[in-house]
Structures are given as structure tokens and as C-alpha cells.
Design a protein around this ligand. Structure first.
Ligand SMILES: Cc1cc2nc3c(=O)[nH]c(=O)nc-3n(C[C@H](O)[C@H](O)[C@H](O)COP(=O)(O)OP(=O)(O)OC[C@H]3O[C@@H](n4cnc5c(N)ncnc54)[C@H](O)[C@@H]3O)c2cc1C
Length: 578
């Protein structure tokens, strides 16, 4: 049993889909490092060996413990959060394999693996047990933040210990009154000699009971919104004393094995991480990476649900045939498979962009235009992959429940748990609506930069010159028509010109229609980008081509539906608000 080698689509991406040659030489400084691989082939062999090893551990050890972890949930005993024992066993096993922070530089305790490898590892673990994947992510992600923004001493003090698994971390942004609206953060930070004192409450913090927490707090008195925030490293214990209080973890229907805690800071000692006042921009780097990670969580859950549904449909006989042989179920299974493949293609498109950006930045001397273009591509796709990975994983896991019939809602069957766990995806790391708004904001900004481009529409796709490519181009055209209509129905073309000339953003009320359409536009754009990524490798085999054709043939009518609604100019919701 191996969750890597039993997954041909993932193996395809690792062996053929990902253009490792574009960034691994940059990550490995031209293979000149004494402690690194000597060539691209050697690097790829190491990546794959690691995926094989973790794939086996995920299938043989992590997955069998996943039910017990969900059933036990997180406990609270003697004022301490107690993780399910199976979860701790899983993390201990991953620690033993040495893979808690694979993308950190080797000097900081990692393997210097590109994020594409980290993504594949997350996928394998996420398929086996979503609760384990979440805790696993809270070693590397805070470690990367300290590595990125910390002083040499901070890297020494925190990064290595997180990477080795000696410590686990948390990241605290949300507060009782600051959810989607991060600008309402009220936790205060006051300088106290070399250190800082934090006071306030954080809500819903994953692994808030960990050893160290990265906290976004207001360091500049009188500041408002996203300005005046700084990032802090806050150890749970300071000189043997409790530094902040962890309240009883939430009792949830979703990710029951993951501790979601309220934290109370009361003059808690903290270290500033990075420049004062730059906290939001710093945290954004975490949030963007975490958003791709949530999409991968959705991918892992979707793969697990698909496998369960396939197996059940093959053995469950009704009306004289396995249900997999009934037209409706067969169609559903193929749709699910195509959706999973499309999501995976978009995920690895994003990790490749991220790996190229990091590689070029590390190597130095990159052409600014090339770097800016890659960053923009990644920025465009990040909210989309989070949206798609969340919303479509919900659909895929629900269809897996449906294929199981009555057994689908019975706890002995895994799909009930997968569906429950998928419910968290569109909520954390920025809800689906927030992803849609972020995507819209960038599109409007694009139109404002040079309104003369608007008649062509903002979206261009790279697709093969054949009927499949034509369909993807038609999807893009549908999106462009919808976007132009949204501009027409909201700020208007003259309003857009005026805003561009005066360099003043349109008033929010003039954008109301655009805000109303934001999620439809994001859904359209996400499907186009996924189709584009899926079609890149459609020529590799007839199976891949069929899958891409299926995805595109389902997505195009969906885009047309959204496009028609958007173009209708229906303002009844806005009228009801008024
Ligand atoms: C299990 C779990 C784990 C979490 N882990 C962490 C963590 O580790 N660290 C952390 O900092 N936070 C964490 N969170 C918090 C999470 O990120 C927030 O719950 C999320 O950002 C939404 O905030 P909220 O719950 O306050 O909802 P709200 O912001 O109140 O949103 C409620 C609804 O209104 C919608 N909405 C809000 N504003 C707008 C708008 N402008 N336009 C359209 N719709 C809008 C939202 O989309 C949502 O549907 C976690 C949450 C959960 C449930």
C-alpha cells in the first residue's frame, strides 16, 4: 500500500508534469553545494524516494489511525489540551522520517526541497488523515516565517527546533471581532525594553496549544486598518511561566482531531519578527502559502473520497449490476476524477510559480520583468486555487457520500468524515467569498491601470491549437465578456476612464454590482485556470486527453450560466439592500 505509487496522476506530475529544470538548479545553486544533489536527476531521485517513503507510511500507518483520531477528538484535561494519541503517533512517525520541514534550507534543518515536493507530501498525508496534515503543516509554516523574516538569533532559536519537531507552532490572526476583516485587529503590542508586551484575545487558533505562536498585533497606537500591525514570536512559556492562556478547544463537527483554541494574552512577552509596522505584508506571505495548502488539503480529501467511492461502487450490486455500471454513477465517478485531476493540475501550476519565484530571488540577478510576471501569475491564481480546492472538494466529498447511499452517512464509512472535514475548507484561511473579492480587486485594478485594454478583456490563456484548446479559449472569452459586462453595470466605462485619469479608485458604492458578481467571476476564472493547467498535459496520453475533454465540457456550460446571470444586470439584491 502506497499513496504515492497508487496514484498515477500524482506520479505523472512528479515525473513529467512539473518542470523541475526551471527552478531546481536555482534552488541548488547550480548543483555546486557540497551537501546537496550533484545534478537535476539526482535531486529528482531524492524527491521521489522521499515521496515513496512517505506514501507508504501514509497508507500503512497514518490512514488506519485516522478514524480513531476523528472519534477521539481533542480533549481538555487539567487545563491542558490533549491531542488524540493516534495523531501524536503519526507526527512522531513523520518526525522520525525527518520530513517535518522539507522545504527549509539544509542549514536550517530542512532538505531544501522545492515547495512542489512539500505540496506532494501534504497531499499524501492529507489523503490519509486531514487532521494529521493540519498539525504537520504547523511545523514547517511558522519555521519558514521565522527563516524569512527573523534575525540570525531568531532563526537559531526557533526555526531549527520547529523543523526538527522539538517545538510545534501556531499562527494567530483572527480575533473575536476581526475575522475576515483583519484590519479590525485590536490585540495591542507595547515595547518593553528589548521585548514587547501583548494584550488581547485571539480566536480559533489551530494548534494554539503549541509551543510558540506567531501573532499579528497592533504595535502603532492610533493606527487603524492594515497599517500599524507587526508580527511577533510569542513563546507559550517564558522562563518556566505560562506566557498566554489557552482556553478549552472548540468542540467542532469538522477536523475534530485538530485543536482550535482561543488564546488570551495579558502582557505576554513577545519578540518582534521583522520590521515594525510591516506585519500585514509579512503575514500575507504566510496566508498566500497557506491558501495553496488548503487547496492541497481539499485535494487530499477529494482523492480519499474518490478512492472510497470507486471501491464501494465496484462492490455494491443493485438491480443486478455493480452500481459503478449504472450510467448515473459511472458518470459521477468520471466527473469526480476529472475534477480531482483539474484541481491537482492547478495546485502544481501554483507551486511551480512559487518555486520559480523563490529560486530566482535566491539566485539574484533575475530580470525584474520576468519576476514581476511570475509573481502576478501566482497572485492571480492563489485565491482561485483556494476557492476551487475548497468548493469542489465539498462537491466531490458529497458525491462520495451519495454514491454510498445510506452507508454514506454512517460513521463506519470514511466518506461521512471526509465530507464533514471538507466543510472547513471554504471557511478558514479566508472564506470563499473573501477569495472572490481578492480576485475581483486585482481584476478591477488591472482594468484601472490601462482602461484601453478592457475591450480585449483581462484574460489570456495558453491552450493547445485544437478543439480542446478552442473550448478553453471559449471559456476565457466567456469570462472576458462577463467581466466587461460587470464593469459596464457597475462603475461604467466612463467611470473607469475617469478613475484611471484621476488615479482615484471608484467609490465603493459604484462597485456594488461588481461585488455582487465577485463569486460568480471567481468561479468562472478558477475553472478557466484549472482547464488551462489540465490541458497543458492533455497530449501526454489518450486518458489525460479524455479527462481534460470531460472537465472542459462540464465547465464551459457552467461558465455560460454564470456569464448569463452576470450580464443580465439583475440588481434586485442591491435594491433590497438599499
Ligand atoms: C477550525 C478553524 C481553524 C482556524 N484556524 C485559524 C488559525 O490557525 N489562525 C487564525 O488566525 N484563524 C484561524 N481560523 C479563523 C478563520 O480564518 C476565520 O474563521 C475566517 O477568516 C472567517 O472569519 P469569521 O469566522 O470571523 O467569519 P466572518 O468574517 O464573520 O464571516 C462570516 C460570513 O460573512 C462573509 N463575509 C465577511 N465579510 C464579507 C464581505 N466583505 N463580503 C462578502 N462576504 C463577507 C464570510 O465569507 C462568511 O461567509 C480558524 C477557524 C476555524 C473554524
Amino acid at each position: 500500500m502506497n499513496f504515492y505509487s497508487d496514484n498515477p496522476d500524482l506520479v505523472f506530475h512528479v515525473r513529467q508534469g512539473i518542470h523541475w529544470e526551471r527552478f531546481v538548479p536555482l534552488w541548488e545553486q547550480g548543483f555546486r553545494l557540497a551537501d546537496g544533489p550533484g545534478s537535476l536527476d539526482e535531486a529528482r531521485e531524492v524527491y521521489e524516494a522521499c515521496l515513496h517513503e512517505v506514501g507508504a507510511y501514509a497508507a500503512e500507518q497514518i490512514e488506519p489511525r485516522s478514524r480513531g483520531i476523528d472519534a477521539a477528538g481533542v480533549a481538555f484535561e487539567g487545563g491542558e489540551v490533549v491531542h488524540p494519541p493516534g495523531l501524536l503517533q503519526n507526527i512522531a512517525g513523520l518526525r522520525k522520517l525527518g520530513v517535518l520541514a522539507p522545504s527549509l534550507p539544509r542549514a536550517a534543518g530542512g532538505f531544501n526541497f522545492p515547495f512542489g515536493v512539500s505540496a506532494a507530501l501534504l497531499e499524501l498525508i492529507g489523503r490519509a488523515c486531514t487532521n494529521t496534515m493540519i498539525l504537520y503543516a504547523f511545523y514547517q509554516s511558522p519555521a519558514v516565517m521565522v527563516q524569512r523574516f527573523g534575525t540570525r538569533e531568531q532563526v537559531e532559536r526557533w526555526t531549527r527546533r520547529l523543523a526538527s519537531g522539538e517545538l510545534s507552532g501556531a499562527v494567530a490572526i483572527t480575533e473575536p471581532d476581526a475575522g475576515s476583516d483583519v484590519g479590525r485587529i485590536a490585540t495591542s503590542a507595547v515595547a518593553d525594553g528589548e521585548r514587547w508586551r501583548l494584550t488581547g484575545r485571539k480566536q480559533f487558533i489551530t494548534n494554539g496549544c503549541g509551543d510558540v505562536c506567531l501573532v499579528l498585533a497592533r504595535s502603532e497606537p492610533g493606527s487603524a486598518g492594515l497599517a500599524g500591525l507587526s508580527l511577533f514570536v510569542v513563546p507559550r512559556r517564558d522562563g518556566g511561566n505560562t506566557n498566554y492562556t489557552v482556553a478549552k478547544p472548540e468542540n467542532k463537527q469538522v477536523i475534530r482531531g485538530s485543536a482550535t483554541c482561543e488564546l488570551a494574552f495579558d502582557g505576554s512577552c513577545a519578540e518582534l519578527l521583522g520590521p515594525r509596522g510591516a506585519g500585514f505584508a509579512q503575514m500575507l506571505t504566510f496566508m498566500n502559502e497557506a491558501r495553496v495548502a488548503v487547496a492541497i488539503q481539499g485535494l487530499g480529501l477529494s482523492q480519499a473520497a474518490l478512492e472510497a467511492a470507486r471501491a464501494y461502487a465496484a462492490r455494491r450490486v443493485q438491480m443486478g449490476r455493480p452500481i459503478a455500471r449504472h450510467e448515473l454513477v459511472a458518470d459521477l465517478l468520471l466527473d469526480m476524477e476529472a475534477e480531482v485531476a483539474a484541481l491537482r493540475a492547478l495546485v502544481y501550476r501554483c507551486t511551480q510559480l512559487q518555486d520559480r519565484v523563490i529560486g530566482l530571488e535566491r539566485a539574484g540577478g533575475a530580470k525584474p520583468r520576468e519576476l514581476a510576471a511570475l509573481k502576478r501569475e501566482l497572485r492571480d491564481r492563489t485565491p482561485l486555487v483556494k476557492w476551487l480546492g475548497s468548493e469542489r472538494a465539498l462537491w466531490i466529498t458529497r458525491m462520495a457520500v451519495q454514491i454510498h447511499g445510506g452507508y454514506g452517512v454512517v460513521q463506519e464509512y470514511d466518506v461521512e468524515r471526509h465530507y464533514r472535514n471538507a466543510l472547513i475548507l471554504p471557511i478558514y484561511e479566508g472564506t470563499s467569498q473573501i477569495q472572490a473579492l481578492m480576485s475581483l480587486k486585482d481584476q478591477v485594478r488591472w482594468a484601472l491601470e490601462r482602461p484601453a485594454r478592457l475591450p480585449l478583456g483581462p484574460l489570456r490563456v495558453a491552450a493547445p491549437q485544437d478543439t480542446l484548446g478552442d473550448a478553453v479559449r471559449e471559456m476565457a472569452a466567456e469570462y472576458n465578456r462577463a467581466f466587461k459586462a460587470v464593469i459596464g453595470h457597475s462603475v461604467g466605462w466612463l467611470g473607469l476612464l475617469h478613475a484611471a485619469v484621476t488615479k482615484r479608485e471608484p467609490k465603493p458604492e459604484r462597485l456594488a454590482y461588481a461585488l455582487l458578481c465577485a463569486e460568480r467571476l471567481a468561479a468562472m476564472l478558477a475553472h478557466v485556470r484549472a482547464a488551462e493547467a489540465l490541458c497543458e498535459h492533455a497530449a501526454a496520453s489518450s486518458g489525460r486527453r479524455r479527462q481534460a475533454e470531460r472537465f472542459v465540457s462540464r465547465a464551459l456550460p457552467l461558465l455560460r450560466m454564470h456569464g448569463e446571470i452576470v450580464r443580465s444586470g439583475d440588481r434586485s439584491t442591491l435594491a433590497s439592500l438599499a
